[in-house]
Design a protein around this ligand. Sequence first.
Ligand SMILES: Nc1nc2c(ncn2[C@@H]2O[C@H](COP(=O)(O)OP(=O)(O)OP(=O)(O)O)[C@@H](O)[C@H]2O)c(=O)[nH]1
Ligand SMILES: [Mg+2]
Length: 486
Amino acid sequence: MSTPKLPTLVVVGHVNKGKSSVVASLTEDASVPIDRTPGTTARSGSYALMHEGQPVLRVIDTPGFQEAAAALAWLRARASDASERQEAVRAFVEHFGGAAPRRLGEPDFEDEVELLRPLVEGEAGVLYVVDASRPYRPVHEAEMEILRWAGQPGIALLNRIGPQDHAGSWRPVLTQFFNAVHEFDAHQAGLDARLRLLEVLGAVRSDWRPAAETAIAHLREQRARRDRQATETLAEGIGVLLRHVERKPAPPHGDSVGTDVELAADYQDALRKLEAGLRRDLAELYGHPADALAPSTLELLSEDLFSETSWRVFGLTRQQLTLYAAGWGALLGGGLDLAVGGLSLGTGMLLGGLLGGAGAWFGGARIGKAWDSQSALFRRMFPGETGHFRLIGPVAQPRLAWLLLDRALTHARAIRALSHARSAQGPSTPSAQGKQGVAAQLDKPQRDALDRGLRAVLQAAQKGRPLAEDEERAWQQALHAALTAD
Ligand SMILES: Nc1nc2c(ncn2[C@@H]2O[C@H](COP(=O)(O)OP(=O)(O)OP(=O)(O)O)[C@@H](O)[C@H]2O)c(=O)[nH]1
Ligand SMILES: [Mg+2]
């Protein structure tokens, strides 16, 4: 059996219309230069979607035509009817791409030669990118005509850079020049949109079909594999956040308030750092730069973990949490709270109150209470350890547990849906905003399963043991469902 033809697509279009964004999105390559400055792509560059070390789709980013009208005039002078057009394009590439001396004043047609060369070699097709948020204008006609003369399959992509929709003015024109006209929003394109485009690709040229099918299967497998890894990373990362214990030597003589305040600040910092690490791991797992989304692509996610806004928009509603109160009561009754209550160290102060948390409406403290190493809990969690410490953690409040979980899930889902065209452009990409985290919107059975998982993790932590196998499986199943839920 011969190896299937590698589909190669030359991406053409006017300057600054999203050509490179289409390339980044299709190849899942966030290294493609994309910028709002016109002329970002100065030279053609080749990118590939890889499968098991082999390219399954090659996409050539180009600066587009610079001198389409002059090039078309040159071609017209050399083709008297349709039978001579393809040959005229070949002659154009040979003439201007070779060392032949040019006539005085003739453009060098460097960009035209680069983008037409793969087409005259007969192995490539065209992806013609237009910005359908602007109306059609006849200035595009010369380049579309040249592409038609090249005689290779072509797909027009309706990309939208702005909010308006002028696709209606483009369609009747594009259908005259291209085999297919396809909606493709480079910055929003999720997996489904890319799979549909690959299907179109397989349909416009039959010898591309096997490779297009391989690419489709590859993308599906890759998605499933990444989702599995992301689930494990989330289970581990959220577990680490929930279980984290910050400790400081207890002051020698009694009053620990000062120590506890410092401890609370350190605890908060530690959780922030752990969360940032989890976000980096997940971004990389989905093939994005580590800082993707970090600044403000999704405004909610740039909220500090302990800000009022964060506590308002992430986690469950009060009603939803109330349903779980009994389960949490049982968990805390046997563990952390008892330890603190049993010692009743003087002030009995809630650190949340101390730090001024208006959000402390459920479970008392905002971040948790400091507790003492002279307790049964300490002996259980840290068997054999000696010394006198003040400690905060593991998480002892459903509200904080759900906050951490929801922020992680919201981020993971945003990263999973992020087009590589957006992360390629870096942190300044305009924000896509949501008003709330995802946890409160999940189905009740999904929420129930996650709540059970959170409690299982904390129960095990308080007993100083790892999760049992069936608990781990249930926890990962719940996370996987929440990560991939539509
Ligand atoms: N909102 C939105 N913006 C887009 C989309 N596609 C491209 N852009 C923006 O349009 C600008 C140009 O995008 P590029 O992908 O660099 O366009 P190009 O055609 O390769 O540009 P040149 O290489 O300069 O010709 C960037 O600021 C992109 O963020 C899209 O689908 N949605
Ligand atoms: Mg470009």
